[in-house]
Design a protein around this ligand. Structure first.
Ligand SMILES: [Zn+2]
Length: 70
């Protein structure tokens, strides 16, 4: 764990700031630690799972048929 992880977990850094910091230290950071750090950053970027299923075309069809009721 590095300073970026610590600050991210403590919410002292936004994911964007963490990315910026990472790009500054990526030549000195332990290679093995990079995946963990990037995971933390992406988790912070998307705290809730993206729900692609909600945008499926089926829902559009469900709405469409109601327009025929007139
Ligand atoms: Zn770290």
């Amino acid at each position: 764990m590095c300073l970026i992880c610590v600050d991210l977990r403590n919410k002292k850094l936004t994911p964007i700031e963490a990315l910026a910091n990472y790009s500054e230290i990526q030549e000195t950071i332990d290679e093995d630690h990079v995946p963990e750090l990037l995971n933390l950053i992406s988790d912070a970027l998307m705290p809730e799972r993206v729900r692609l299923d909600d945008n499926s075309p089926d829902h559009v069809d469900d709405v469409d048929w109601k327009y025929g009721s007139d």
